[in-house]
Write a new protein. Structure first.
Length: 285
């Protein structure tokens, strides 16, 4: 591993033991306890803020659960009302149809009874009195004609049927829903953070970072961006750390003894470079 301290026009590497000399005499080392205390206070405040946020989430969670329950009750009330109206309409239509059918049955029973009485009268007294039989036959013809008219009227009617044609779009729409509402979570980790974040590439371009002293094809194994807008590249095959500007032009290079694997910014002007030899530690300045 090596450390890198970077300036726009300068880039050099040093071993860690060389950099660590006289560390205990430095002002930076003396200020560490105060810096640690300050950070601990910040962490304490951050923890309290997170704890408060957690309690607020618990309260808002109770509100959301109540909203879900209220929505369910509203849906239940809507479906209860729809069911009651449908059942009422069904009972009304059923009663209406049954009334029509019963009316035709009563008409048939009435004609049948009249024909029975006329038939009995003819059988009882018709043989001895032709006048009476004549009148009975005339009445019987009239009722027979009415019976035929009744049968024609009934036969011309379609058989009554009662069924339900469901509004399937209601069930289809309800089935298409995944939840009763959208659960929205705001805040938290920013979109660019997190190992599982998916990035969308808006554009890409190719740039040549080869320098005259390179003996092999460039193989960029690591990259990091400094706050000044410049970039550090780890060129593995050429054993170099390259500093490029915002227009992707190489402005400085630094040779390392082993193949660099990656590079990471640690301070404003300092970076760590990992190499494939554990015994080597470097800093680039």
């Amino acid at each position: 591993m090596c450390f890198a301290s970077v300036s726009p026009l300068n880039c050099a590497a040093k071993h860690v033991p060389e950099i660590a000399k006289r560390l205990h005499e430095s002002r930076e080392f003396e200020e560490f306890p105060e810096r640690i205390s300050e950070i601990k206070n910040c962490l304490k405040n951050a923890r309290q803020s997170l704890q408060d946020n957690k309690q607020a989430i618990e309260k808002s969670g109770d509100v959301c659960l109540q909203q879900i329950n209220t929505l369910r009750q509203q849906f239940n009330a809507i479906f209860d009302r729809l069911e009651q109206r449908t059942v009422s309409e069904f009972e009304n239509e059923k009663s209406h149809v049954e009334g029509k059918i019963q009316t035709d049955i009563d008409r048939i029973d009435d004609v049948t009874e009249r024909l029975r009485k006329l038939s009995d009268d003819l059988n009882d007294g018709g043989e001895n009195n032709e006048a009476t039989s004549y009148i009975g036959v005339a009445k019987c013809d009239d009722v027979l004609w009415k019976a035929k008219v009744l049968l024609q009227d009934i036969n011309n009617k379609n058989e009554y049927r009662l069924s339900l044609r469901p509004y399937n779009d209601i069930a289809e729409y309800m089935s298409s829903l995944q939840m009763l509402g959208e659960v929205i979570c705001e805040g938290g980790v920013k979109p660019h953070a997190g190992p599982d974040c998916v990035f969308e590439v808006e554009k890409h371009s190719l740039h040549n970072v080869k320098v005259a002293s390179d003996k092999r094809t460039c193989y960029i194994s690591g990259i990091c961006k400094l706050e000044t807008g410049v970039f550090l590249l780890a060129d593995n095959k050429n054993l170099k750390i390259k500093l490029i500007d915002s227009s992707y032009k190489v402005i400085s290079t630094c040779d390392v003894l082993e193949y660099p694997q990656d590079v990471c910014l640690t301070r404003e002007r300092e970076a760590v470079v990992t190499v494939n030899k554990q015994s080597e530690d470097h800093e680039i300045t």
